[in-house]
Design a protein around this ligand. Structure first.
Ligand code: CU
Length: 68
């Protein structure tokens, strides 16, 4: 099981966390998502290989910024 951690800007509340979590869970290969607006991190657990760029794109599609 592989875990990826993203630094995400723009999450302000639990609603934002849910939006990010629900959006990322639609990606094939994403098993679990934990978004935390306080630390500004999104932890993604994969059950197969998923390109990082697919996850980044999805986060940006719904209006949040990835901080490298
Ligand atoms: Cu919010």
């Amino acid at each position: 099981m592989k875990e990826l951690i993203f630094n995400v800007e723009g999450m302000m509340c639990g609603g934002c966390e849910n939006r990010v979590q629900n959006a990322l869970k639609t990606i094939d290969g994403v098993k679990e998502v934990k978004a935390d607006h306080v630390s500004g991190t999104v932890t993604v657990t994969l059950n197969k290989e998923v390109d990082k760029s697919i996850i980044k794109e999805k986060i940006e599609d719904i209006g949040y910024e990835i901080k490298e």
